[in-house]
Design a protein around this ligand. Structure first.
Ligand SMILES: CC(C)(COP(=O)(O)OP(=O)(O)OC[C@H]1O[C@@H](n2cnc3c(N)ncnc32)[C@H](O)[C@@H]1OP(=O)(O)O)[C@@H](O)C(=O)NCCC(=O)NCCS
Length: 182
């Protein structure tokens, strides 16, 4: 969906613009996905699995922008893509239409500045506008920083997926399911 930009001030005094992710950001978005997948082990993809071509990414971003039940919010600092977050429906059928999922990832140099908190606050407003009643997410149990952010933003733990992830080094990691009433 399309929505108006929001400007926030970060903890270091810089300005950050929260804006809809648009097809012209495709190449920057692919670079950002590659970068974040190297910087943190807690995202779903390994860097070698991010093999999208810009044309495909442009189409994906265009579809998300036109989808009235989905919102993708890019966080821009000094003209650079600092992070991205999105909200989308769990399912198209009527029995699932009250539920949405959210995801978020920032480039490491922009951690700890308050962008995560602002993005989740904004996503919460957008999800309510769409008509969702409950927002859900999945987080790797060892991801302390993300779990602290989610708890601060009102998410409650509601389940655990045993060995939800297996890393290339052979280690298993549980995933925590969380939700928040909107
Ligand atoms: C998780 C992530 C989104 C947090 O975003 P952020 O912008 O750094 O978060 P904020 O600056 O808004 O901080 C939110 C809260 O996290 C907590 N926090 C910050 N640093 C922390 C740390 N080192 N350890 C534990 N908790 C921490 C604090 O409670 C903070 O709130 P406060 O500043 O009011 O005390 C970001 O670090 C990130 O993108 N990580 C990599 C990708 C990822 O893990 N995504 C989540 C997948 S489920």
């Amino acid at each position: 969906m399309k929505f108006a930009d929001r400007t926030i001030t970060l903890k270091d005094g810089r300005t950050c613009i929260l804006t809809p992710a648009t097809p012209d950001m495709a190449e920057e978005m692919i670079d950002y996905m590659k970068k974040t997948s190297v910087e943190t082990p807690f995202l779903t993809s390994y860097p070698d699995e991010i093999d999208f071509d810009p044309e495909h990414e442009r189409e994906v971003l265009g579809r998300r922008l036109e989808d009235p039940r989905s919102a993708m919010v890019a966080a821009m600092v000094d003209g650079k893509l600092a992070g991205n977050s999105s909200v989308y429906g769990v399912g198209a059928k009527r029995k699932k239409q009250h539920r949405c999922m959210m995801g978020i990832a920032l480039v490491e140099e922009f951690w700890g500045l308050g962008i995560g908190t602002a993005l989740i606050g904004f996503l919460t407003e957008l999800a309510r506008q769409i008509g969702y009643e409950q927002m859900e997410l999945i987080v790797v149990a060892d991801n302390k920083r993300a779990r602290a952010l989610y708890e601060k933003c009102g998410f409650i733990e509601c389940g655990r997926q045993h060995h939800g992830m297996k890393f290339d080094d052979g280690s298993y990691h549980d995933e925590i399911l969380m939700y928040k009433e909107l």
